[in-house]
Design a binder for this molecule. Structure first.
Ligand code: SF4
Ligand code: SF4
Length: 425
């Protein structure tokens, strides 16, 4: 891939030397973590291909879309509605923030004790290694946690195309009204940027495309309730990660195809791990590409992950948007209803989240919950304490982990995870 796309990367202003290093580390990591798994479903070949082309063919597709007059929008949060971007024939891509890059440079702009996800977002910019960031026509930030909200000020000084969406912090009528007015502002922004007017038909089409994608992912997740699990947690996580940057229609077809295969596995009682493998639910901060550390430790220590309560997982995909209204206003209300239900830890109070974790643990027959927070992530770290206490009181064993993107704590995490799995009996 490297030679074929070199000129494209150069034109985007990437630092080719640093980019080569990134691609080689990613390639090796993918081989070690994913390709070394046994008994993977055949349908994973599609996702292997997508990952192999993540900086190649997919970027070319985005540039081709721009050449046709379409806009590419980058985002860092599941509160940015893809439905609205699709309604102006745009493309929404998630900007990965799952690896350390240019850390020394980043710490000239952000305090050291900033979460790894935020540092990574800036590191990919400062290191000039992200073709998505460089090719996007607009980068949408959001006022969620304090770290992100301040980091977008810094990023705005480095990238002129940052647009910040204000988000509510409480699930009140005023909070819903704020979300609606921000989505209206986003509609206006997208119409001005694309030169296209959103119509009931274009918005409904966008809603249906995203609903279909979410339905396919929900189908995949439901299949993981079976014991033995027909797919590893690592592969399921990868599929969720790919959902943020692949073409949504093609992606939905690929997920439904792998689900057909997994249904056959379930019918034949065939799994990726033996039936006695410990089943755990992962809950907490989003795991952006290529953050695979904790899932990899878990699944090489005798566990199978049967669900992710995360924005790269069920928190980000559950609930469909009602597409029955016949006006843009009505459809926008339905979009607000769906997104306002997201139980991100930046909301206070946030009782839906522990409820959802319990529901998922029961539905996927998890024997325990791993609560995962990134270091310096106050919202999720704060929620982790009552979450652990509450789940334990309900008889659901829970392990609370805090980590970052570095490899230094792998041994220590492995020891704690193995002890936890042992305790699951
Ligand atoms: S955890 Fe909250 S801020 Fe982060 S992506 Fe999810 S909804 Fe957005
Ligand atoms: S992981 Fe936590 S601190 Fe980091 S961006 Fe997300 S909510 Fe903010």
């Amino acid at each position: 891939m490297s030679d074929e796309y070199r000129q494209m990367w150069r034109d985007l202003g990437l630092n080719l030397e640093a980019h080569d290093v990134l691609l080689s580390v990613l390639g090796q990591g993918y081989k070690d973590v994913f390709l070394s798994q046994e008994n993977r479903p055949q349908g994973m070949e599609y996702f292997n291909f997508v990952v192999s082309q993540v900086h190649g063919l997919r970027i070319k597709e985005l540039l081709d879309a721009q050449a046709e007059g379409r806009k590419v929008i980058g985002s860092f949060c599941v509160f940015v509605p893809e439905e609205i971007v699709l309604a102006v024939d745009g493309v929404l891509v998630g900007l990965c923030s799952g690896a350390d890059f240019a850390v020394e440079e980043v710490e000239k702009y952000l305090p050291r004790n900033t979460c790894a996800l935020i540092k990574s977002a800036l590191g990919f910019k400062l290191g000039q290694v992200c073709p998505y960031l460089e090719s996007a026509d607009l980068i949408v930030g959001e006022n969620t946690c304090d770290g992100k909200k301040k980091a977008y000020e810094t990023m705005g000084g480095l990238v002129p195309k940052v647009y910040v969406m204000d988000l509510p912090q409480m699930k009140t009528d005023q909070g819903r009204a704020l979300l609606k007015s921000e989505y209206q502002r986003f509609v206006t922004k997208m119409e001005a940027l694309s030169g296209r007017k959103i119509t009931p038909a274009s918005l409904r089409k966008g809603i249906q495309t995203v609903n279909a994608k979410r339905r396919a992912l929900a189908r995949l997740n439901a299949l993981r309730a079976h014991n033995p699990a027909p797919i590893s947690g690592l592969d399921a996580l990868l599929i969720h990660q790919v959902s943020f940057y692949d073409n949504p229609i093609r992606f939905t077809d690929a997920v439904n195809r792998i689900c057909d295969e997994l249904e056959q596995r379930v019918a034949q009682n065939q799994g990726v791990f033996p039936q006695a493998t410990k089943r755990v639910l992962l809950s907490g901060c989003p795991m952006a590409v290529p953050n695979w550390k904790v899932p990899w430790i878990l699944e090489t220590s005798g566990a199978v992950i049967v669900g992710e309560e995360s924005c790269v997982g069920e928190r980000g995909l559950r609930n469909a948007v009602d597409d029955s209204a016949d006006s843009v206003e009505g459809l926008l209300d339905a979009i607000v209803d769906r997104y306002f239900a997201i139980d991100c830890a930046v909301f206070t109070p946030n009782p839906d989240r522990p409820r959802h974790v319990r529901e998922m643990a029961a539905a996927y027959h998890a024997q325990g919950v791993i609560h995962y927070s990134l270091q310096f992530c106050q919202p999720y770290q704060m929620e982790a304490i009552p979450m652990e206490r509450g789940l334990k009181a309900d008889g659901i064993p829970t392990l609370r982990l805090e980590t970052d993107y570095g490899a230094e704590d792998v041994g220590q995490l492995k020891t704690r995870i193995e002890a936890f799995l042992e305790m699951l009996g």
